[in-house]
Design a binder for this molecule. Structure first.
Ligand SMILES: *Cc1c(COP(=O)(O)O)cnc(C)c1O
Length: 369
């Protein structure tokens, strides 16, 4: 049995004709940078999210960087987020010169504990950055209430939540702006690096467009505010356009896989994901929890199954963030969780037979603990 680490090849085999067509369309178009594909994808992605504007960028990290900058966040500002996230969330806050401030996570969903945000506010707080981690949304109403009361901005990190919904609203349509990654493993993945920032605010959109183009108006050679070169590539945009109409099918397959895992491990000591009230989960990763996590992972090696952990090292105790001054005890739920979670294989091309083999192997290991 091959290792269960996600690979795009089975998907490519199925969608190959469309993808090569898309690539050929770009190469034949005579315009390789910021052409029809980027524009088309931006319109289609905005429409899917029921937002007015989408700006295609080069990756998800820069989607957050540009989002923060377009909202006016910079040095001296504090941005409240979580430590239980992909490190790029925090790398992006750091990159704009702002200071990340962490709150702990909810013990059931592993998402931002919104009840702790009020206590983390200081006169420097400018932005709340909820991460819709693993495929489901943070409880947005209390955050929006705080943002309204204290004049804060809200940037959603949607890198793991394409198509997720919260009380009917789609992830990315709830904050002042929202950042997406299309890294190949994501629920909507490109064939290389890609990202996007979406917003309903026309001024934010205009700033995003300048920021990704050195800080200039498109094809106007004067820098207004120094920016970046962070453009979404035409080839990736063209591929994303062929995949966006399939997004709901990818999500449906992920949900079917999740349902089967939940059924298989119901009543065992392996804790399967809980969906918060009002959420429609898209299962970017299927995070399970067990106090003897390391023994389980060791046992699964005998079955030739390798598993990922999202994430083994909370950001607040990573070396590069020592300067923030956090210790292990500051975020106890986050710290404990990191020792107990692991992720079962979850991607649309996982076959039923492969999933059953994973379930059998995990059940076998659980039975021997
Ligand atoms: C993947 C990811 C990012 C970064 O996206 P890249 O495209 O890899 O730069 C940011 N935040 C979260 C939560 C992610 O999962």
């Amino acid at each position: 049995m091959t290792q269960h680490v996600w690979g795009y090849l089975p998907e490519y085999e199925k969608e190959r004709a469309d993808i090569l067509d898309a690539v050929d369309t770009v190469f034949s178009s005579g315009q390789l940078v910021l052409g029809k594909s980027v524009r088309g994808f931006e319109q289609e992605f905005a429409a899917y999210h029921d937002v007015a504007h989408c700006v295609g960028v080069d990756n998800g990290t820069n989607a957050i960087v540009l989002g923060l900058r377009a909202l006016g966040i910079g040095p001296g500002d504090e941005v409240i987020t979580v430590s239980n996230t992909a490190a790029p969330t925090v790398v992006a806050i750091n990159a704009v010169g702002a200071t990340p401030v962490f709150v702990d996570i909810h013990p059931d969903t592993y998402l931002m504990d919104v009840d702790q945000v009020a206590a983390a506010l200081t006169p420097r707080t400018r932005c709340l950055l909820p991460v819709h981690l693993y495929g489901q949304c943070v409880d947005m109403a209390p955050l929006q209430e705080l943002a309204d009361k204290h004049g804060l901005l809200v940037l959603e990190d949607c890198a793991q939540a394409h198509g997720a919904r919260h009380h009917g609203r789609i992830a990315g349509s709830m904050g002042n702006a929202a950042a997406f990654s299309f890294y190949p493993t994501k629920v909507l993945g490109a064939y290389g690096d890609a990202g996007a920032t979406v917003t309903d605010d026309a001024d934010v959109d205009a700033r995003l467009r300048r920021l990704r183009f050195y800080g200039m108006e498109d094809r106007y050679y004067v820098v207004e505010t120094p920016g970046y070169n962070s453009r979404l590539d035409e080839v990736q945009a063209a591929i994303l356009r062929t995949k966006l109409p399939r997004l709901n099918d990818y999500i449906a397959r992920r949900r079917a896989i999740a349902d089967r895992y939940a059924e298989a491990f119901d009543g065992t000591a392996l804790l399967t994901p809980r969906t918060a009230p009002g959420n429609e989960h898209v299962y970017y990763v299927y995070v399970v929890r067990h106090p003897q996590r390391d023994r389980i992972i060791e046992g699964l090696k005998a079955h030739d199954i390798a598993l990922n952990i999202s994430y083994p090292w909370p950001v607040h105790i990573q070396k590069g963030f020592d300067h923030l001054g956090y210790g292990k005890d500051d975020l106890p739920v986050t710290t404990r969780l990191a020792d107990e979670i692991f992720s079962l294989p979850m991607y649309p091309s996982l076959s039923d037979a492969e999933q059953e083999r994973v379930i059998d192997a995990v059940s076998d290991v659980l039975g021997r603990l």
